[in-house]
Design a protein around this ligand. Structure first.
Ligand SMILES: NC(=O)c1ccc[n+]([C@@H]2O[C@H](COP(=O)([O-])OP(=O)(O)OC[C@H]3O[C@@H](n4cnc5c(N)ncnc54)[C@H](O)[C@@H]3O)[C@@H](O)[C@H]2O)c1
Length: 398
């Protein structure tokens, strides 16, 4: 099969970085052929940038993504526009016969994402099309190792998973840089929808889906915004273990600490350092056997050093290999509904001041979101700016 031709839709903060990444030609057998943005200024940027890269061909430039979907020079689209549009453009992409790679989150609410998934299934079965999601932290070796340990059962009886992820600091200027940002009508949510889809995905990818959630989300606690910028959530799992997830964009310095404990061991991943502590016997057994003659529990701690992965590039490469060779997908688009369900459940719990069972009541969430959209104000007269966010990808490092 011939190499893939990629079209990027949306060349703002993230899409521009995707253009730069693809210009380096480090993704094998996938080449950028087209870009699309409703803003001429972004297309002008792309044209000038591409001219300076020394490639011997020019890109196709579109202001309307429907025209890009009609192009015969695009096999795969990468959707990098505000979140509400991910399922909208993705569904049209499948109908136009394109493979789809969507930025995270896969959508804003699960009701729409279910439609997206149904279309993806149809496209896969009828046209052999692939559906990937830009979950660029899944290729990180540290998270892969943590997942391997947890899923092997080595930790014994699972007790607790805690993630404090408060190093997503954002200034008011960031929120002011786009009219859609941090509004219910334009973005549909805050830190849970924009910054945390990565950690919410890893949380469930490593540990599994919770059965119910109780959460407290605060809107505009640290910024002049409509949506949540501070969250504390408590989760319960089928096996009786529990979890706590804490996040904000308003704390500095922040913390990124993932801790998973079981009866036979404990994992601590903080500031890029992975520690694995093993017990010399199962604590649950020890607890009921121990007496004065019984030796104390002992632990050994190993620091596992694995380095860092290739992030976004690894996701595009994996999807390319999947389409061309059938390599298993590392980040299937369908997985996106899990992290989105958790995010929606946290928000719904706060809105209703009650527990929320998973899977969530998609209609209820949608209806309550519509109420908020009615009074939401997408900011007008905003001078939209592209900001270099490459230093904030938060791949687990400090
Ligand atoms: N995976 C990651 O590491 C990562 C990092 C940042 C952002 N993102 C995701 O990327 C998406 C975009 O975020 P951003 O920060 O780049 O936003 P942005 O506002 O900087 O860029 C969005 C771009 O899309 C364009 N656009 C809007 N509607 C369009 C349409 N109908 N057709 C074509 N272009 C359109 C806008 O003009 C803008 O240039 C979000 O969903 C966000 O969650 C992912």
């Amino acid at each position: 099969m011939e190499d893939l031709r990629l079209g990027i839709i949306g060349i703002g903060n993230m899409g521009s970085l995707h253009v730069i990444m693809m210009s380096e030609e480090k993704v094998k057998r996938c080449h950028l052929t087209a870009v699309c943005d409703i803003k001429q200024s972004r297309l002008d940027w792309a044209k000038e940038f591409w001219a300076g890269t020394g490639h011997d061909y020019d890109l196709e430039y579109y202001t309307d993504y429907k025209d890009m979907l009609a192009s015969k020079n695009v096999d795969l689209i990468l959707i990098s526009v505000p979140h509400y549009l991910h399922p909208v453009i993705g569904i049209e992409g499948f109908r136009a016969g394109k493979h789809v790679l969507s930025e995270k989150p896969v959508g804003v609410y699960t009701k729409k994402v279910e439609e997206f998934m149904a279309e993806a299934k149809k496209a896969r079965e009828e046209k052999g099309l692939a559906f990937g999601l830009m979950l660029n932290m899944r290729p990180e070796p540290n998270y892969q190792k943590i997942r391997e340990i947890v899923q092997s059962g080595e930790l014994g009886q699972r007790k607790r998973v805690n993630w404090i992820i408060t190093n997503w600091y954002r200034t008011q200027d960031y929120y002011n840089s786009g009219g859609w940002r941090a509004t219910y009508a334009g973005e549909g949510g805050g830190v849970l929808l924009n910054q945390c889809p990565h950690q919410l995905d890893l949380w469930q990818w490593i540990y599994g889906m919770p059965k119910r959630i109780r959460a407290f989300t605060y809107n505009g606690k640290y910024h002049d915004i409509e949506v949540e910028d501070d969250v504390t959530a408590y989760a319960e799992y089928e096996d009786g273990s529990t979890g706590v997830f804490v996040t904000t964009t308003g704390e500095f310095p922040g913390t990124n600490r993932l801790e998973i404990s079981g009866s036979k061991g404990k994992i601590l991943y903080e500031n890029g350092k992975l520690l694995y502590t093993k017990l010399n016997m199962d604590e649950r057994e020890y607890c009921f056997k121990a007496n004065d003659d019984f030796p104390p529990l002992e632990t050994t701690t190993e620091e596992i050093e694995l380095g860092y992965g290739k992030g976004h590039r690894a996701i595009v490469q994996n999807l390319t290999d999947h389409i061309l060779d059938g390599t298993p997908l590392l980040a299937p688009g369908e997985d996106g509904i899990n992290s989105l369900s958790i995010a929606n459940a946290m928000v719904l719990s706060s809105w209703t001041d009650d527990w929320v069972d998973l899977p969530i009541d998609a209609d209820k969430y949608w209806a309550m979101l519509q109420e908020r959209i009615k009074t939401s104000k997408v900011k007008e007269n905003v001078t939209e700016r592209v900001k270099d966010m490459s230093g904030t990808f938060n791949m687990g490092k400090k």
